[in-house]
Design a protein around this ligand. Structure first.
Ligand SMILES: *Cc1c(COP(=O)(O)O)cnc(C)c1O
Length: 378
């Protein structure tokens, strides 16, 4: 066994050998199988507790009649709907099998051995994965200090100092997962303006719809001003369509053209395209989802305050926190009670755990279990 393992590892390309596989949130079915539980809640993958829009579900259902037909490889109708909504040219849009797919296009188009990608420590785990897979070097910037206003968040100065002649990509998550920290419009735009034009800036806005802060950027108009900017967004989070795998980018059309060369011909499926179009039109559902999340953030943060727990203020649909107990112990103990959250030692935050904002009832169940465990009175 071990011989074979070493044998194949020796055949693998350099970057792949040192990759740590992505550790997803534990699926409900897996916990049910392992522990024999049936009343399980999952607050581990930043999914929308309200689910998708019923319009999206209906649109997917009607696609079921035509499953023998290949999807539109160009995703025209969805791209058109997005172009209209965002007021950009349709040639600026690229669809992905999740926005994760787009992050891979970026790496395959712009990174290779000898070049580097810059991102912050504690940034989204997929940036190192896609960069290493193509043999690029990782330039990991020090984050903000723990007592900063944006603790553990991206530090643009530190990121800038790692940009050199070999830098091809810089990944910025705004807000970042798992820290929930964010960058203001002014500081981010002057950072982008200042970058040399051999650097592609990926601005990952997976949680954009949730953010309520006034200083949060409206980045779409930047596409015209900064041709090296790629904005990525997704239907997995507020739209509640994580299972469909559909995301997109907005970029200069010449960058979209390069993405189009490396993507699979049918990278987004017909259900996903139809579901996403319908989801875009359901403004009420999005509004409810955002309101529910804002309430939930307050609910969880104020309980954390009362319990005296240390947490990172978040503008997303999740909060990372720590207790006096080891993170792994808290995680395991909650699992035994049918509550799945996420340990984030793989994000270099070994003491912290990340919890997704769920329904009021699910948040409550999580908070009660945590209180008992950490010795706090309810
Ligand atoms: C969830 C998430 C994504 C989106 O992933 P999909 O592939 O679109 O499901 C992208 N970036 C960040 C920071 C995320 O947390």
């Amino acid at each position: 066994m071990n011989d074979l393992r070493q044998h194949f590892a020796s055949l693998a390309v350099d970057g792949v050998r040192s990759i740590q596989p992505y550790a997803p949130g534990k699926p409900i079915s897996e916990l049910a199988r392992e522990y024999g539980l049936n009343d399980i809640i999952k607050l581990a993958s930043n999914e929308n507790p309200l689910g998708p829009s019923p319009l999206a579900v209906a649109a997917c259902q009607s696609e079921l009649n035509d499953l023998e037909i290949y999807p539109d490889g160009n995703g025209f109708a969805l791209k058109q709907a997005l172009a209209e909504k965002l007021d950009v040219d349709i040639a600026c849009i690229t669809l992905g099998n999740g926005s994760n797919d787009i992050l891979e296009f970026v790496a395959r188009v712009f990174l290779s051995p000898g070049y580097n990608a810059v991102f912050s420590r504690h940034a989204f785990a997929v940036y190192p994965l896609v960069s290493m897979a193509v043999g690029a070097t990782l330039n990991v910037a020090s984050p903000n200090a723990a007592d900063d206003l944006m603790p553990y968040g991206h530090n643009l100065e530190n990121m800038r100092s790692l940009v050199d002649q070999q830098t091809r990509v810089i990944f910025i998550a705004n807000p970042n997962n798992p820290t929930g920290t964010w960058l203001q419009s002014e500081e981010l735009e002057s950072f982008i303006k200042d970058l040399p034009d051999h650097v592609i800036i990926v601005l990952d806005e997976a949680y954009v719809e949730y953010v309520q802060e006034k200083q949060y950027p409206n980045s779409i108009p930047w596409i015209e001003k900064y041709p090296n900017l790629v904005i990525t967004r997704t239907f997995s989070k507020v739209y509640g369509l994580a299972g469909l795998r559909i995301g997109y980018s907005i970029s200069n059309p010449h960058i979209a053209d390069l993405f189009n060369r490396v993507r699979q011909p049918f990278n987004t499926n017909s259900l996903a395209q139809a579901g996403a179009i319908a989801a875009l039109s359901d403004h009420t559902h999005i509004q409810h989802s955002v309101e529910s999340n804002s309430k939930g953030l307050l609910q969880v943060a104020s309980e954390f305050d009362q319990m005296g727990l240390d947490y990172i203020p978040s503008v997303g649909n999740f909060i990372s926190f720590k207790t006096a107990l080891p993170g792994e112990q808290v995680y395991q103990s909650l699992l035994q009670q049918g509550i799945i959250i996420r340990p984030i030692s793989n994000y270099d935050l070994p003491d912290f755990l990340r919890v997704t904002i769920g329904s009021e009832q699910h948040n409550d169940r999580f908070l009660q279990a945590l209180k008992i465990m950490t010795g706090n009175k309810a």
